[in-house]
Design a protein around this ligand. Structure first.
Ligand code: ADP
Ligand code: GLC
Length: 463
């Protein structure tokens, strides 16, 4: 079985969110199962900074580095498109040439497979940035014998990001205008790249069973629920795994004191360290609540903002790490100004601090309005940090009353009363250690998820 994974971000080379974690960990898990896998991604400016990576030129515009035992990652170079500091956006919004950039990447990813002679059984594409690949396979590549038996799996990590562009930009895809139709890539007179991936891929999947059902509804489908319903027989939901080599408190190089499930009490050294470095009073008896998140509408900052006064009246501390929308940065800055002794706000993308927050916090706050899978809660489990979430998507599939706190109504009131409940339980010397133990004993390893992906590739291959 030969699989080519094409993605716009891959750990350890480039990351803005969970997509990178998945695109970096899935190939490693597949390799362990005997699948022959290659990865293709753009050569952004940050790629060169990856620790321990050795790059080798393989084509005039393609270099390669290895992950796992012998998985080649191919980096497509094009200076004017990819040699930039950010992946998709600047402070003022999305790069205006994103359609040029990712049409180019998608086309070149396929031609690179041909030039290196990797005739994949299946190309596994992720999110809108690579959604044109299934379209190209069924259109401009259709006459080429090299691609004749190549199937596609398209994973939707977040249907809130569809790659929407003005109609005038359609020619940048290189596709015939007859594909700008209601059945294919047209969406309310705009170009919708994600829709192309849904329509043209052989199999679609998303990153949790609950989310695969939710996106077929008006509430969560972002306008594509009808298109997904039409393809429901080819739509699956596979819960992501977590890379337990990267996210492991017993070996984590970024944390003050390493610990494991049988010595969870040693976690408190990380708490004291986090409080100190974040300028908060060092108090073991006060529950420390952590947030590590993209600053986006999806992530629940609206109800956090409404709840903040009530929250700060309780005996808690809050450490926030976030990067993203300026709007939510301002909301958080205002909170921090109002409660400087309770809230530590850290803006930006900061991997070492993220590890320190997972290790040092008691609770992990993730009240996302929708969440396709969510890795934050799984990482928290691993670090004995108890997630507090809204019941949606992958959060509903992973968080229970035994390993966390989960509320059913998306409202400030429900959030506040659940935090109150958590604060009371935190003081319970018998029940709290039990819930920490349950969390740390959860198993969301990639081994299970990779098995399901292998079954899916087999299914698509036999179509
Ligand atoms: P999403 O992909 O929607 O952002 P996930 O929970 O699936 O949400 O994954 C988020 C990943 O990105 C996690 O690995 C999390 O630790 C990381 N992350 C999010 N924001 C930051 C940040 N500001 N700095 C460092 N890591 C972050
Ligand atoms: C997306 C989703 C998140 C998911 C991640 C990896 O960014 O928002 O829920 O965990 O992709 O699949």
């Amino acid at each position: 079985m030969k699989i080519a994974i094409c993605a716009s971000e891959v750990v350890p080379f480039a990351k803005t969110g969970g997509l990178a974690d998945v695109a970096g960990a899935l190939p490693l898990a597949l390799e362990k199962k005997g699948v022959e896998v290659v990865v293709v991604m753009p050569a952004y400016a940050c790629v060169k900074k990856a620790k321990k990576a050795k790059f080798k030129k393989v084509l005039a515009d393609v270099s390669c580095a290895f992950i796992g035992k012998k998985i080649p990652v191919y980096f497509i170079e094009k200076e004017e498109y990819f040699d930039r500091d950010n992946l998709y956006t600047t402070k003022t919004g999305d790069y205006p040439d994103n359609l040029d950039r990712f049409s180019y990447f998608s086309k070149r990813a396929l031609s690179v497979l041909k030039e290196i002679g990797f005739q994949a059984d299946c190309v596994h594409c992720h999110d809108w940035q690579t959604a044109l690949i299934p379209v190209y396979l069924k259109t401009i590549c259709a006459g080429d014998p090299f691609f004749q038996h190549m199937k596609s799996v398209f994973t939707i990590h977040n249907i809130g990001y569809q790659g929407l562009f003005l109609k005038e930009e359609f020619p940048k895809t290189g596709l015939d205008w007859n594909l700008f139709s209601m059945e294919t890539l047209e969406f309310f007179n705009k170009v919708n790249i994600l829709k192309g991936g849904i329509v043209f891929s052989d199999v679609i999947n998303t990153v949790s069973p609950t989310y695969s059902r939710e996106i077929q509804t008006k509430e969560f489908g972002f306008g594509l629920e009808g298109v997904l319903q039409k393809r429901r027989d080819s739509l699956f939901g596979i819960l992501n795994g977590l890379d337990y080599d990267i996210w492991n408190p017993a070996t984590d190089e970024y944390i003050a004191k390493r610990y494991s499930a049988d010595k969870a009490e040693e976690k408190s050294r990380n708490k004291a360290y986090l409080q100190k470095t974040c300028g908060l009073p060092v108090k073991d008896t006060t529950p420390l609540v952590g947030i590590v998140s993209r600053l986006a509408q999806q992530k629940g900052f609206d109800i956090i903002a409404e709840a903040i006064d009530d929250m700060c009246r309780m005996d808690i501390q809050l450490v926030i790490l976030g990067a993203g929308d300026a709007k939510y940065q301002q909301v958080l800055e205002q909170m921090m100004k109002k409660y400087p002794k309770i809230i530590s706000l850290n803006l930006g993308f900061n991997d070492p601090l993220a590890h320190a927050i997972y290790a040092g916090s008691d609770l992990f706050l993730m009240p996302s309005h929708y969440e396709p899978c969510g890795l934050g809660q799984m990482i928290s489990f691993r670090y004995g940090t108890i997630p507090l979430v809204f019941r949606t998507g992958g959060l509903a599939d992973t968080v229970t009353e035994d390993n966390g706190f989960i509320f059913d109504e998306y409202s400030k009131e429900a959030l506040v009363s659940t935090i109150k409940k958590a604060v009371v339980l935190f003081k319970d010397k018998k029940k709290w250690p039990r819930i920490v133990r349950n969390a740390m004993n959860e198993n969301f390893s990639w081994d299970i998820a990779a098995e399901k992906y292998r079954d899916l590739y087999n299914k698509v291959h036999s179509l």
